[in-house]
Design a protein around this ligand. Sequence first.
Ligand code: C2E
Ligand code: MG
Ligand code: MG
Ligand code: MG
Length: 281
Amino acid sequence: FEAKRRGSDSAVFTPELEQQRTNRLALMIDLRRAIEQKALMLYCQPKIDLATRRIRGAEGLVRWQHPAHGMIPAEEFVKIAETSGLITPLTYHVLEAAFQQIYAWHDMGIDQPLSVNLSARDLRDPALIDKLKNLFSTWGTRPDWIQFELTESALMEDPVGALDAIRRIKALGVELFIDDFGIGYSSLSYLHKLPVDAIKIDQSFVMAMPDSAISAAIVQSTIELGHRLDLEVVAEGVETESAWNHLVALGCDTAQGFYMARPMPAEQFRNWQVHYESSLH
Ligand code: C2E
Ligand code: MG
Ligand code: MG
Ligand code: MG
């Protein structure tokens, strides 16, 4: 409230800003309750092999149906959680839902991995590894059934600390993806030190491919770079058949996007899969 004290000539303080602050506070209080009541849901979106069209896995995405405001975008409430200390309980809730879902899938004979998004704050949580070890033993989960996604920007918030944290996560035997790759300004020398298995090209580049020669060049170079470093390359935001075909031609490994499937409630994934696989023959 520095601006307020400086008086009315300041352009920094506005009623709109004050309103935003109030809204964010109200949402934070509602979010805390939603997490306590385990009202957040887990949606899943398939990742598809571009060469064989087989399902390679799924990404878990958190959803919040607010009782008065409807679905709140994940980006919005994850940001609120990150700045209000709610990210740890949110992540733990998502992890619990993910391990439970993985257990159910493997019980049905589905053996695709599910990836969970972690936030930069999670890397600074000293209890995260113990939480994961507990979940692995509670659910009898194999390390190749779960994967983690970390944005390039999250890694760059604290490159040294992040490297240490992801080494401890990797020691569990799981695969790690760098999410939103290409917009986080990591250097190639840092990238090659990271014990990661895959990069996910940021969807902004994939979506812009048809209209922007620069984006198309970035996608192509990222695929080549990833392959040189022995990494799987995933393209996000594949919305059209032409984007799919372009990525096949570039030799990209995996695609994720609305063209194949939108994120769906985890319990609907099995039905979608049966339907999808029968369409392959
Ligand atoms: P992300 O991890 O990069 O997830 C991909 C986002 O792109 C998802 O948005 C997904 O619904 C959307 N998407 C997938 N395919 C397409 C497409 O073809 N077109 C378009 N326009 N969008 C597509 P969502 O679920 O709203 O999540 C947004 C971001 O919120 C995620 O980006 C991730 O950073 C964060 N997030 C989501 N769930 C979690 C979570 O459980 N924990 C944490 N820490 N962050 C999460
Ligand atoms: Mg992700
Ligand atoms: Mg992404
Ligand atoms: Mg994103």
